[in-house]
Design a binder for this molecule. Sequence first.
Ligand code: PLP
Length: 316
Amino acid sequence: MPPAASSIEGLVGNTPLVELKQLSPRPGVRLFAKLEGQNPTGSIKDRIVVRILASARRSGALSPGQPIVEASTGNTGVALAMFGRRAGHPVTVCVPESVYPEIEQLLTVYGATIRRVPRQAGIKSALEVAREIVAETGAYLLNQFGTPENIAAHYEGTGPEILADLPQVDVLLAGMGTGGTITGAGRRIKEKNPGCRVIGVEPRLGVHVQGLKSLEDGFIPPVLDETVLDGKILVGNRHAFSHARRAMLAEGLFGGISSGAVLHAAMRVAGRMERGNLVLIFADAGWKYLATDLWAAEDDASIDRGEDPLDDILWW
Ligand SMILES: Cc1ncc(COP(=O)(O)O)c(C=O)c1O
């Protein structure tokens, strides 16, 4: 048994990796999910927030009590609201209006101030508003889209944890928001397994998959290193939703919408493989999405017959 954690910060990371035996298309192809929803505020973003705050405090870039602002479609904002406030910083989160109500509720519970930006304007405008707040008030910008600490959290945390549990990784799949997960964990795993294919999962342009962003919207986050990627898969909403349901029904895993998107992408890749280990990042859990129609039964078989034209595989 590990010793008791001295605080909630000590419970970030070291998430479990679990095999999805029922979903394997053939015996030699094994799928494993990394359950990031088990972090303290319920998502992978706890990793980067705790790391960025510690580094900013160490370097003096963030002073005691200084307000912090960030643009987020949800999970980073929620993590910042909790860990930022615990560290004594008032937190403002700029969110596009399209985020789910549960995210705003969580932000409120954790004590953050919410600044909404119009839905069409998306994360790019949320970032502009965050920068304006910095210019006006002297707040500290967490800067998840730009800071190398985002990549480092996954290069030094997520990646090595996966390798410790599964030394041979043949395919890594993760959703892309800032690109920090895929860049950091992908880079680390490729150092150990040079043949590993790193595949980013992205929503089609105009499709809303909570937490993910399309690169086609013209904003490539500085954190994303596209040279780490071997390909990306564009996923539509119906497939993301149907596969979140499938993870629950087949394996008892309660993942969020981006986890569904990653599972759908993984099934496409696994179907073309004879053998190998695939690791899927399940970035958060399904709780926040209970009020959506995510869990309502649909004709998953018709979706799986490929009647959703919104999916593409791009390899390079
Ligand atoms: C639910 C969810 N999945 C995936 C991601 C993508 O992670 P990253 O920003 O590391 O690319 C995010 C990021 O916000 C997220 O909230």
